[in-house]
Design a protein around this ligand. Structure first.
Ligand code: HEM
Length: 117
């Protein structure tokens, strides 16, 4: 079970790389007000959701404690990220503040995951 959980943690991290990496490639464009949500961000956010839910299930099946408040907050933040990226996925330009908010919320979730132990 440990190996399976670690495989899903690795997939979870690949999801972060895709979501945050997609954001970082657009930072120059964001400064110029012409950033757009790219497929890497959408698929990264979806990967976070699927692997995160799987991790909760795997940890519970393995009788490991899951911090429900921490996971609930991470889930709520991700739902906002995913909603924004999904709704605006076809927009050729996204407002600087909105685009920055998605990057900021992603970083917030990374710090919640790593600092809240
Ligand atoms: C942008 C969104 C997210 C980010 C950046 C993120 C980040 C991370 C990181 C860096 C880890 C590894 C560090 C650790 O073990 O604590 C992790 C683990 C984990 N994540 Fe996420 N996560 C996100 C969304 C979610 C969601 C939506 C769920 C569940 C619905 C979730 C559930 C978990 C679980 C169960 C673990 C295993 C370790 C633990 O118990 O905290 N994550 N996440």
């Amino acid at each position: 079970m440990d190996v399976l959980i670690n495989v899903f943690v690795a997939l979870h991290i690949i999801g972060i790389a895709s979501l945050l990496g997609g954001f970082l490639t657009q930072m120059k464009a964001m400064g110029e007000g012409r950033a757009r949500f790219n497929p890497a961000m959408l698929h990264g956010a979806l990967t976070m959701l699927v692997t995160g839910v799987a991790l909760v299930g795997l940890n519970q099946a393995d009788d490991q404690t899951v911090n429900n408040l921490k996971i609930g907050i991470k889930l709520a933040v991700l739902v906002v990220i995913l909603g924004l990226v999904y709704v605006k996925r076809d927009d050729e330009k996204v407002d600087k503040a909105l685009f920055g908010a998605v990057g900021g919320l992603t970083v917030v979730n990374i710090f919640i995951a790593t600092l809240w132990t």
